[in-house]
Design a protein around this ligand. Structure first.
Ligand SMILES: Cc1cc2nc3c(=O)[nH]c(=O)nc-3n(C[C@H](O)[C@H](O)[C@H](O)COP(=O)(O)OP(=O)(O)OC[C@H]3O[C@@H](n4cnc5c(N)ncnc54)[C@H](O)[C@@H]3O)c2cc1C
Length: 467
């Protein structure tokens, strides 16, 4: 019987534990214990349901292009719950000069597929438009100077090479801040925008690459985002049902791990237990602490900044929602350079992005505060945080009535920042971990923060541990 410890019950740890439970059900000789510091499973994946509102406290969807979350949903019998974003009204705004201005349609991050789409946008000066227009003409030059294999640069430097300073500031900076709570000047382009790096190598021009891809897809387009109708917490609930209750130890922080005699020891307040393998699926800062006595060099490679997030959801029933004037679209971003100390970085018009998120006529809005503002809000009472969110949203969409339901979630150090050189550091880390048989590092500190990637890696680790 192989004994495996899983440390950390976020989506990574739960998925790994569930995969091990499936293997056991299929007759494999494996026994698992999941240690979670908190009182619930899921980590940042959490859904609250109130009066027909489905309020996501952390992630709200996954990128459709990555198949692994949908695959998992299918295996959990949740296929009928999978829903697409309402791309018929997909539009993202920037809070720009005190008002909401739509980003041109047909943009994939900062790259337009149709150049006509940027021609009339008030967001760009003639200089930025010219930079966009000339990028396809520079394809050969950009291909010749493409980022060489094994080298890395910041997102800002990559975008500047293609589209210049203005596009970097106006579009790339708010997009990366709104998704990673991150700074384009420090984020690694290889780690957070790998598909664009590949496009540059193959086509030189990113605009040409996207146009080719669209032509190859033959006009068929799936929605950009996908989610589950009852919320992403359903993943955790469904997996937990297949995990034997005695496998899960809630409120049991792991204080240390060690390796002697070819086995792993896991230390908690209750004592020490022995395992054949250990999956560490905690956030980077916690993993670094656990790794320090095991392998100080590996721990040093885990030294990375992480951004905190505060999420505020405001739900308005049909009667109150009549007082709101929310423009058609999925939400808006605030350019970080314009964001004040208290400013939100992104606001989602949740019931427009997805169906089934609010009862008939209801409106659900969600604010995402990162970095500086999150730090300030972290210590405030919920009522004060909700008031800040209302004030911030009012700047963009006008006065808001009292919300029917308000929800606040604080996620300290939840979004690791993949700084320039990250892929190389991860290669070095992998080499060190390979010297420690039975150890696997899972979670969002390594190869992507998105749910599909985390699920795929967790499942692969569980299968490989038994091979
Ligand atoms: C606000 C927000 C919005 C996001 N939106 C999206 C989105 O829309 N789509 C998407 O794909 N991704 C999104 N992400 C990213 C994604 O949600 C996360 O990367 C992912 O949920 C992290 O999962 P994890 O299992 O790696 O870690 P976590 O969820 O951080 O879980 C780690 C767990 O380890 C536990 N732990 C810590 N220390 C110990 C210890 N010593 N012993 C035992 N347990 C311990 C913690 O209590 C926690 O439960 C978002 C993230 C945030 C914060």
């Amino acid at each position: 019987m192989k004994r495996i410890a899983v440390v950390g019950g976020g989506i990574s740890g739960v998925t790994a534990t569930w995969q091990l439970a499936r293997e056991r059900a299929a007759g494999r000789a494996v026994e698992c214990v999941l240690f979670e510091a908190g009182a619930r499973l899921g980590g940042t994946v959490e859904t609250e349901r109130r009066d027909g509102f489905v309020m996501e406290c952390g992630p709200d969807s996954w990128v459709t292009e990555k198949p692994w979350a949908r695959e998992l949903a299918g295996e959990l019998g949740l296929e009928d719950e999978v829903i697409p974003s309402q791309d018929g009204i997909r539009r993202t705004y920037l809070f720009w000069g005190g008002r909401l201005v739509a980003l041109p349609g047909s943009m994939r991050m900062m790259v337009p597929v149709d150049l006509e789409a940027i021609a009339d946008s008030p967001l760009f000066s003639e200089t930025a438009r010219a930079a966009y227009r000339h990028e396809p003409e520079r394809a050969a030059e950009l291909k010749a100077t493409a980022l060489p294999e094994g080298r890395d640069e910041s997102v800002a430097s990559f975008v500047r090479r293609h589209f210049g300073e203005e596009v970097t500031r106006t579009v790339a900076a708010p997009l990366l801040a709104g998704v990673f709570g991150g700074d384009v000047e420090t984020l690694s382009v290889r780690a957070v925008m790998a598909p664009f790096v590949k496009m540059e190598r193959e086509y030189g021009s990113l605009i040409v690459a996207l146009q080719q891809r669209r032509a190859q897809a033959g006009g068929t387009r799936s929605s950009v985002f996908t989610t589950l109708k009852p919320g992403l917490g359903t993943f955790v609930e469904a997996m937990a049902q297949e995990i034997a209750p005695e496998t899960v130890r809630l409120r049991t922080p792991v204080e240390g791990i060690s390796r002697t005699g070819g086995r792993w020891q896991v230390w908690t307040a209750a004592g020490v237990e022995e395992f054949d393998a250990v999956f560490v699926a905690t956030p980077a800062h916690a993993t670094r602490r656990l790794m320090e006595p095991v392998d100080a060099e590996a721990a040093a490679l885990l030294h990375m900044d992480a951004s905190s997030a505060v999420v505020v959801a405001l739900a308005f029933d049909a009667e109150r929602a009549r007082e709101l004037k929310i423009p058609e679209g999925f939400g808006y971003l605030v350019p970080p350079q314009d964001a004040g100390e208290d400013s939100l970085l992104a606001c989602t018009f949740v019931n427009q992005k997805f169906r089934h998120r609010a009862p008939e006529g209801g409106v659900l809005l969600r604010a995402f505060f990162g970095s500086r503002a999150a730090g300030k809000l972290m210590g405030l009472a919920d009522e004060a945080v909700i008031e800040r969110a209302r004030e911030q949203m009012a700047l963009a969409v006008g006065e808001l009535p009292e919300a029917t339901h308000g929800l606040v979630r604080r996620w300290p150090l939840s979004l690791p920042q993949y700084a320039v050189g990250h892929p190389d550091r991860m290669r070095q880390l992998e080499q060190r971990v390979a010297e420690l048989p039975g150890l696997r590092l899972l979670g969002n500190a390594y190869y992507g923060v998105g749910l599909p990637d985390l699920m795929q890696r967790a499942r692969a680790a569980a299968r490989e541990a038994l091979d």
